[in-house]
Design a protein around this ligand. Structure first.
Ligand code: TXA
Ligand code: MG
Length: 339
């Protein structure tokens, strides 16, 4: 495995690897992706194998230009209204953390979409990611570069620790700006639905195309899993993990060996006031955003959870964010991380 900083040379090297059927991890604005040629079934099979990912969990196809969209997605069965909405979202929110689920064309092999008649596609907002996609085959399947069920990587070192020698190259582009995966929006049927909340807030989508449904909270029971990102335990740290509201977290006892992740500085201060414990027993304390900024908090979340996993604390106790904007995606990940 080669571990290289982003440069023209390393981008050419990674593109060559992808064209040859290999696997290249690369940064995007959300999390690091594990890239394979979206047209090569053998390379795609290796992605599932390396991640230990169930074959029923389809991949997201990454493109570098909006023009590629209609080469892999089939708009013919969608009404003009929906096609207009797709174009509007692509125009206003791409490049960006939004994956659109659309009917697929035959050019993408069935293994990429787990046999589904639809595919998820996004145009990432990261210059190196776009260059890599353009230099390889124009369509790169890239799930998050972590073993199935684990925390997504927001740094190249996370990828190295999680997947290491199983892959061919890791491009190091530093920390991911957004730090949470893309929002997955299903536009393949008339009821447009959010399958996974993520880096694009629901509000930003609704401002452009009107109301959309939220399927991400449902799907617990007997219903078929529409998006395996909806599986209850996903994105989980290895350490036992619980999440609480602000009111509840400040009442949690400060057991030595546990770690507290507060949403903002104010909540941490309220906790200290409420607890008055002896300094020697201090738990590990982290704050997602001192000022309570949702963007900062989203970018810090996986970073801090990876760090706490490494510290091998006994338990992580985290605080939910306010539910608006990116808070919905942060809270979704916190709920799923509980175990
Ligand atoms: O931000 C992201 O989306 C990152 C970066 C690398 O771009 N990628 C990512 O990929 O999170 P992954 O494979 O970890 O998550 C893909 C999600 C899964 O929840 C999958 O079920 C859903 O997208 N998905 C993919 N294709 C789908 C389809 N045809 N229908 C419904 N859900 C789909
Ligand atoms: Mg993932």
């Amino acid at each position: 495995m080669q571990f290289l900083l982003i440069s023209t040379q390393s981008l050419f090297r990674a593109a060559e690897i992808i064209r040859g059927g290999g696997l290249a991890a690369f940064p995007t604005e959300t999390v690091y992706g594990l890239g394979a040629d979206a047209f090569n079934p053998a390379a795609l099979a290796r992605v599932f194998e390396v991640k230990g990912r169930p074959r029923f969990d389809p991949l997201i196809i990454h493109i570098a230009e909006t023009e590629t969209l209609e080469k892999i997605a089939d708009f013919s069965a969608l009404g003009t209204e929906r096609v207009k909405k797709i174009h509007l979202l692509a125009e206003k929110l791409w490049p960006g953390p939004l994956s659109l689920v659309l009917p697929k064309r035959e050019s993408i092999p069935p293994i990429a979409t787990s046999g589904l008649p639809t595919l998820a596609v996004r145009l990432p907002d990261h210059p190196a990611a776009k260059q890599l996609i353009s230099l390889s085959t124009g369509a790169v399947a890239a799930p998050s570069a972590n073993p199935f069920g684990c925390l997504s990587p927001t740094r190249a070192e996370h990828v190295r620790d999680l997947l290491g020698e199983k892959i061919d190259i890791i491009l190091d582009g530093g920390s991911c700006r957004i730090g949470l995966e893309s929002t997955v929006l299903d536009m393949s049927s008339a009821d447009i639905r959010i399958l996974r909340p993520g880096g694009t807030p629901k509000e930003a989508i609704e401002e452009l195309i009107g109301n959309v449904l939220d399927a991400s909270a449902a799907g617990k029971g007997a219903e078929a899993i529409v998006s395996p990102g909806m599986l209850e335990s996903h994105y989980a740290p290895a350490t036992p993990f619980l999440a609480y509201t602000r009111e509840a977290i400040i009442k949690q006892s400060a057991e030595a060996g546990s770690a507290f992740v507060f949403f903002d500085g104010e909540s941490r201060d309220a906790y200290f006031t409420a607890q008055k414990y002896i300094a020697a027993d201090k738990p590990v304390i982290r704050v997602l955003s001192e000022a309570g900024n949702l963007h900062e908090a989203a970018a810090a979340l996986f970073e801090i959870l990876h760090e706490l996993d490494k510290l091998k604390v006994r338990r992580i106790i985290a605080q939910f964010a306010p539910e608006d904007g990116l808070g919905a995606a942060i809270n979704d990940r916190l709920r799923r991380a509980q175990h």
